[in-house]
Write a new protein. Structure first.
Length: 340
């Protein structure tokens, strides 16, 4: 929380008017944009990690000219382990960041005026990688589970409450799969586009359990911006959200243009891993499933945000008096309708 408090102190020196633009205004601008003539808006998007398939829709929108179509000149900057996205967003170094519900709700608790405007992934891709003899997550009770520090303050309390795990069975995950390979009684946190790819390449037979399938509530790869941006540039935000979701639709149909830019930013990303990542996103319907199937790509709902808030409060990760409604707005996705 220290980083959040640091950002909060910095923000007290600035003047933020946390007032949302009206839904009607944003909708009018978004509808009228294709026929309007104006100079392109320069926009910077900061991602959550090194360039990868999980960012494909945004790279696709650059590569195929979708952002340009909506009057946007978008620069994508890669995140990484040492990059504090919220701090850079608050400091004006980015117009949007790719975020996560827990991060934004904690920021709202710390009085940082940020908000979520769309959800690229309807489900958090976080899950558990096990050896092939494990049939359910309940089977892991008493077994060793490798958990990174960030997991202990997000999904680990949820697993403990749901399946009766204990802190005694958790061991640090150092992003090295060798301990998992060496011991069939070890399970580990995993993403379906990363650790599962490595295990498959090592010819280790595994099962992957997506936490969202068991009810884990948060969205992921969300678009986050400052409330001040919503106040002063609602039509720009509307155009960016719509173009980004069109980028995701295009990427899932033909990822080649976006992948070329991903590899340019991150030369270590192989064609094989990109193809695997796209296949997993399609298989799990991370972008097109859930409410996106009927409401359109990028969709969010009040009910889902309330579930995440309830979980965080129950787990002691968030104060109950936090106004979770300040963590998101539906005004840019309610009428979007970029259908899968």
């Amino acid at each position: 929380m220290s980083n959040l408090l640091c950002v909060a102190r910095w923000l007290r020196l600035a003047r933020f008017l946390g007032v949302f633009a009206s839904t009607a205004l944003a909708s009018v601008f978004m509808t009228a944009w294709p026929t309007a003539a104006r100079a392109d808006d320069h926009v910077t998007l900061l991602t959550s990690w090194y360039a990868q398939a999980e960012h494909g829709g945004f790279y696709q929108a650059v590569a195929t000219g979708i952002y340009k179509k909506y009057g946007l000149d978008v620069t994508i900057r890669m995140g990484g382990p040492q990059v504090n996205g919220l701090q850079l967003l608050a400091g004006g170094q980015a117009d949007f960041i790719l975020g996560y519900d827990f991060q934004v709700l904690s920021a709202v608790e710390a009085k940082i005026p940020v908000t979520t405007v769309a959800a690229s992934f309807q489900f958090d891709p976080q899950g558990m990688l096990t050896h092939d003899d494990v049939k359910t997550l309940a089977d892991l009770k008493g077994k060793t589970i490798l958990v990174a520090g960030s997991g202990r303050t997000s999904w680990w309390p949820w697993l403990k409450a749901k399946y009766g795990y204990s802190d005694a069975q958790a061991r640090p995950y150092t992003f090295n799969l060798q301990p998992f390979y060496a011991d069939r009684d070890v399970a580990m946190q995993a993403y379906p586009t990363s650790e599962t790819f490595q295990a498959d390449a090592a010819h280790v037979k595994t099962h992957f359990f997506l936490f969202a399938d068991a009810g884990y509530p948060p969205y992921n790869t969300t678009i986050v911006t400052m409330r001040d941006t919503l106040k002063h540039k609602p039509e720009m935000v509307a155009r960016f959200v719509k173009a980004s979701m069109e980028g995701w639709k295009s990427y899932l149909n033909d990822p080649a243009p976006g992948n070329a830019l991903i590899k340019k930013d991150n030369p270590q990303m192989s064609d094989a891993q990109l193809a695997y990542g796209v296949a997993q996103m399609k298989k799990l319907r991370l972008v097109t499933g859930g409410d996106a199937a009927t409401l359109g790509i990028g969709a969010m709902t009040d009910a889902r945000w309330k579930r995440t808030y309830d979980y965080m409060v129950e787990a002691g990760l968030l104060k109950s008096d936090t106004d979770y409604r300040n963590a998101y707005t539906l005004q840019f996705v309610d009428t979007l309708k970029v259908m899968p």
